[in-house]
Every structure is written in structure tokens, then in C-alpha cells.
Design a protein around this ligand. Structure first.
Ligand code: XLS
Ligand code: NI
Ligand code: NI
Length: 438
């Protein structure tokens, strides 16, 4: 196999002082942190779509990067060249997982039967490639948002025919995920939402989405898929109102339709901020509901109101993220870089710099989060903050063994209410800075 990224060596850990642009400063795969290797804490994944397909086209201009990898775009040769490029890329970076949509790995044909044939062919090729490596599939998914047939939604479509195509794509994508040994299967509800209530029956659409998911679970389990299904919440873009607005909304939906045993959350940093939340809020909400599954590791831009899918460089955010992940006992999934190079970063080297940046950002976040946890001051503060609930009355409130009448009587006996202790936010923030910068 001809080498594609010719001037790029295998990327190695060289420590924080290295000036080598093609080396890790913090990601040291075998370093043990809180009893586990960094590589186990951080199962990084390459997103097929951004890394091997997207080439810089935006609303105002065409491709700036060359992702032909020596083959003509739109052909199966190109699909295979992308596999070659992807595996070389992952191996050079020491990345062990990839994520894909059905139409990322082959050009979609007019007839779904032909698309499916191509998918069989390419996944044979991917499997062959996987055999000589320790690279695995993190998750698969069906792209049910690009094709014009999905303009009114996939599970939420008004058309039974379109609903059948969505079902067929999910069925095939599940089969491929199982074939490639994928740990998870993602539903990101790209077109599952609406622009105006004037033409939308929300209840009807949500019930249809839930039914599609139920059928996916039934079929997946019947063909031996034992992994997690994920919902990837996102509040807007492409639709004004997306049904899976945020983790809390998606979890409520799953519970309402009895899907909560099979599904977890795939939390994307940039989606969290679009929802008006912090990344860590979404992680915490998922974790306390037992549904923290996987992460789409990227970051947004606070000045831009859309999903800019930037590579994460913000160590404050990655530290907060890893704090939540460590506290939750890790992920069942991994860290998929659902991120793309900025349009003018259009060389092969830039693709590597982007992943080195992202991997180092999360490695440093892991190191700092572990320091914060081992230091214990934040935990101790939170523990103390709720101390009054350790009293006899507090315990009874916690276990639901009080009445409004009893509590009101006690308040009336006190007459005036003592002020609770300070929340100490600024001091606690200074602890984070201490960990990050000392
Ligand atoms: C889009 C989503 C998408 C999902 C997979 O905003 O992040 O890339 O991760 O369909
Ligand atoms: Ni995503
Ligand atoms: Ni996204």
C-alpha cells in the first residue's frame, strides 16, 4: 500500500517541552492516571466524515483541501482510498477507534440496493484492514439528514415511503456496525424537529421517532448487537426546534417511550453550548441518570451561534469534562473527534496537528481533573455544603418521610430563617486555576 501521508511520521509522546510540531506533549498512552492507562481513559476515535470526507466546502465557497487521496471522488476507488488514508492516519496517531455514517464510507447510489451492495464491499475492505491492526469501530450511524428525501424528517417524516427508507438505512447501518464490531449505534436526529407548528404534529412525529428507535433496538438485539444505542442531543441546526434539545429532554423522551434501558447519551461539547448549557452540565445530567455513554469531543465558538465543530483546545473545558467523566467512572463509549479543520488549514499536516491538539487537550484535561479529584478540596466542599441534611430531620426529608405540615411547624417555631453558608464560588474557581496553572 502506497503511503499517503508521506512526510508524517508516527506521532510519539515527547513531553511538554518539545518543540516538535508532530509530537504529543501530554498524551502518553501508557501513563497511568488514577489506576488506568491514559489510552484506556481516553478511547479516541476518528470521525470518518470530517477527517476523510469534508474538504472545506461551506455556504460561500468550494473545497480548499484535497481529500481525493489519489482517486476520483464519487467512485469506489475513492471510497477505498479513504479507508487506506483513514487507517494510515489512525495508526500514525495511535487512535484505536473510528465512527462513521453509512454515506461517509461509500458514495450513495440512486438505488438503495446498489448503495447496500457498495456498503457490503467497502466494509469487507475495512474488515480486512482492521485485521492487521488493533483499530476498532466505536459507533456507526445512518445519515438520515443529507438526502433530500429527509427534508421533512426521517422518523418524523410525513411520508410512509420515506419512513421505510429511514428504516432500511438504520437496518443496514446496524448490520454494518455489528459486522465491524462497533460498540455503539448513534441516533443524531438531524432533521428530527420542525420549523413551524403551522405544518407540524409534534406528538405524531415524536411517536413515530420512538417507534423507529424501538424497531432498531429489536432488530439490533436480534442480530447480536450488544452495545449501547445513543441519542446525541442537539438543540438547533439544521431545524429550528430539534426534538432532542439537550440531555434532559432526550432522557425524558427515552423514558416516556420505554427506550431508556437500551439507550445512553452521546454528548457533544458544541451541542451543549448551543443549548445554553455548559459541556459539563450535559455530562452531569447524563451521568446522574446512568446514561453517560460517549462523547463527541469538539468545541464551539462563543461568538458564533452554530455547530462550528472546532478541535478542542480549551483545557479549562476539557478539565471540567474529564472531571465529570472520572467521577462517573468512565465512559462505555469513547471520545469521537466530531471536529474539522478550519477551512484555511488545508494540508495533510493540518489534519495531524488538529488531532494532536485534540488528543493533548484531553490528555491534559485528564491529568488536571485527576489532580483535582486526588486533592479532594472540591469534593470536601460539596460534601460540607449539604451537611445540614445529615441531621435527623434532614435524613427524614431525604427519605421522603416528612410532611409539609411538620416542616412548616418547625419553620414557624424558628420564626426567622438563618442564612445558609456561602457558596464560595470564586474561591472554588481559584482552586481550578491553581490546578491548571501552578
Ligand atoms: C451534527 C452531529 C453529527 C453526529 C453524527 O451536528 O454532531 O455529526 O455526530 O450524525
Ligand atoms: Ni456529533
Ligand atoms: Ni455536531
Amino acid at each position: 500500500m502506497a503511503e499517503i501521508f508521506k512526510n508524517i511520521p508516527e506521532i510519539k509522546y515527547e513531553g511538554k517541552n518539545t518543540k516538535n510540531p508532530l509530537a504529543f506533549r501530554y498524551y502518553d498512552a501508557d501513563r497511568v492516571i488514577m489506576g488506568k492507562k491514559m489510552s484506556e481513559h481516553l478511547p479516541f476515535a476518528m470521525a470518518w466524515w470530517h477527517n476523510l470526507c469534508a474538504a472545506g466546502t461551506d455556504m460561500f465557497g468550494r473545497d480548499t483541501a484535497d481529500k481525493s487521496f489519489g482517486a476520483e471522488k464519487g467512485t469506489m476507488e475513492h471510497a477505498k482510498a479513504k479507508v487506506d488514508a483513514g487507517f494510515e492516519f489512525m495508526q500514525k496517531l495511535g487512535i484505536k477507534y473510528f465512527c462513521f455514517h453509512d454515506v461517509d464510507i461509500v458514495p450513495e447510489a440512486e438505488d438503495i440496493n446498489e448503495t447496500n451492495r457498495r456498503l457490503d464491499e467497502i466494509t469487507d475492505y475495512i474488515l480486512e484492514k482492521m485485521r492487521g491492526t488493533d483499530i476498532k469501530c466505536l459507533w456507526g450511524t445512518a445519515n438520515m439528514f443529507s438526502n433530500p428525501r429527509f427534508m421533512n424528517g426521517a422518523g418524523s417524516t410525513n411520508s410512509v415511503d420515506v419512513y421505510c427508507f429511514a428504516a432500511a438505512q438504520i437496518k443496514k447501518a446496524l448490520e454494518l456496525t455489528v459486522k465491524l464490531g462497533g460498540k455503539g449505534y448513534v441516533f443524531w436526529g438531524g432533521r428530527e424537529g420542525y420549523e413551524t407548528l403551522l405544518n407540524t404534529d409534534v406528538k405524531f412525529e415524536q411517536e413515530n421517532i420512538a417507534n423507529l428507535m424501538r424497531m432498531a433496538v429489536e432488530y439490533g438485539r436480534s442480530i447480536g448487537f450488544t452495545g449501547d444505542f445513543y441519542i446525541e442531543p442537539k438543540p438547533k441546526e439544521p431545524m429550528k426546534h430539534q426534538y432532542d434539545f439537550d440531555a434532559a429532554t432526550a432522557i425524558g423522551f427515552l423514558r416516556q417511550y420505554g427506550l431508556d434501558k437500551d439507550f445512553k447519551m452521546n454528548i457533544e461539547a458544541n451541542h451543549a453550548t448551543l443549548a445554553g448549557h455548559t459541556f459539563r452540565h450535559e455530562l452531569r445530567i447524563s451521568a446522574i441518570n446512568g446514561m453517560l455513554g460517549s462523547i463527541d469531543a469538539n468545541q464551539g465558538d462563543y461568538l458564533l451561534g452554530w455547530d462550528t465543530d472546532e478541535f478542542p483546545y480549551d483545557v479549562y473545558e476539557s478539565t471540567m469534562c474529564m472531571y465529570e467523566v472520572l467521577k462517573a467512572g468512565g465512559l462505555t463509549g469513547g471520545f469521537n473527534f466530531d471536529a474539522k479543520n478550519r477551512r484555511p488549514s488545508n494540508t495533510y499536516e493540518d489534519m495531524f496537528h488538529a488531532y494532536i491538539l485534540g488528543m493533548d487537550t484531553f490528555a491534559l484535561g485528564l491529568i488536571k481533573a485527576a489532580e483535582l479529584i486526588e486533592d479532594g478540596e472540591l469534593d470536601a466542599f460539596v460534601e460540607k455544603k449539604y451537611e445540614s441534611f445529615k441531621s435527623e430531620l434532614g435524613q427524614r426529608i431525604r427519605s421522603g418521610n416528612t410532611t409539609l405540615d411538620e416542616l412548616a411547624t418547625r419553620a414557624q417555631q424558628m420564626g426567622t430563617c438563618p442564612t445558609p453558608d456561602s457558596g464560595r464560588q470564586e474561591y472554588l474557581e481559584s482552586i481550578i486555576n491553581r490546578a491548571l496553572f501552578s
